[in-house]
Design a protein around this ligand. Structure first.
Ligand code: AMP
Length: 185
């Protein structure tokens, strides 16, 4: 009996190792199943939703581009005429700066020329537009000061469908209040 107990005692180490390995293999199997059934579909859903969001923006941009040169008024004309409300940040005789309805940063302000004068997009700018283009940039600097983001801000101008422009009245986006990333999307 003592000899049997002795050999059991000696076997205890290998038995423990085998038991440990067995439990480890169950754990690994569970982890693989977790990855396959929980994590992968989650990652897959995230990728899918980002593709959907991108194509929504691209679809809206290409729909807007179809009317780009029609000369039809845009939503910004209604903002200028105060037909629809907006939150004005800065205004002078030439430009209007107001908060974007769908902000992409803590500070997201749009600056537009009050007279579109053919400036549906930056790609249509002509020599005669030099003054207003300078005024828009100068207004961006004033907006950055007013919003307290002079130490770091970004100006974006989307020009054309492949840049996802959705409103065909030239506008500058002034973005700030968070760390900007590079390259942009
Ligand atoms: P873009 O895609 O460069 O043409 O930018 C157009 C911007 O106008 C988008 O960021 C929209 O969120 C913004 N926007 C559209 N309608 C309004 C509105 N009524 N008030 C403020 N911003 C607007």
């Amino acid at each position: 009996m003592a000899a049997a107990m002795n050999s059991l005692y000696l076997l205890r180490g290998p038995i423990c190792i085998r038991a440990f390995n067995f439990i480890k293999s169950i754990n690994q199997t569970a982890q693989i199943q977790h990855n396959a059934f929980i994590r992968r579909p989650l990652q897959f859903r995230r990728v899918l939703s980002s593709i959907r969001a991108t194509s929504d923006e691209e679809l809206a941009a290409s729909a807007a581009a179809a009317n780009a040169d029609s000369g039809a008024p845009t939503i910004f004309d209604k903002i200028i005429s105060k037909e629809i409300p907006c939150s004005i940040v800065y205004e002078d005789e030439s430009v209007l700066a107001f908060r974007d309805i769908s902000p992409q940063a803590p500070v997201h302000v749009l600056i537009i020329p009050k007279q579109r004068d053919g400036l549906t997009q930056l790609g249509k700018a002509e020599k005669r537009h030099e003054v207003i283009l300078g005024q828009l940039l100068h207004a961006a600097k004033i907006v950055a000061e007013k919003e307290g983001i002079s130490d770091g801000f970004r100006i974006v101008i989307n020009s054309g469908a492949s840049a996802c422009q959705s409103v065909y009245h030239l506008h500058l986006h002034v973005l700030g209040g968070r760390q900007m990333k590079w390259p942009p999307g």
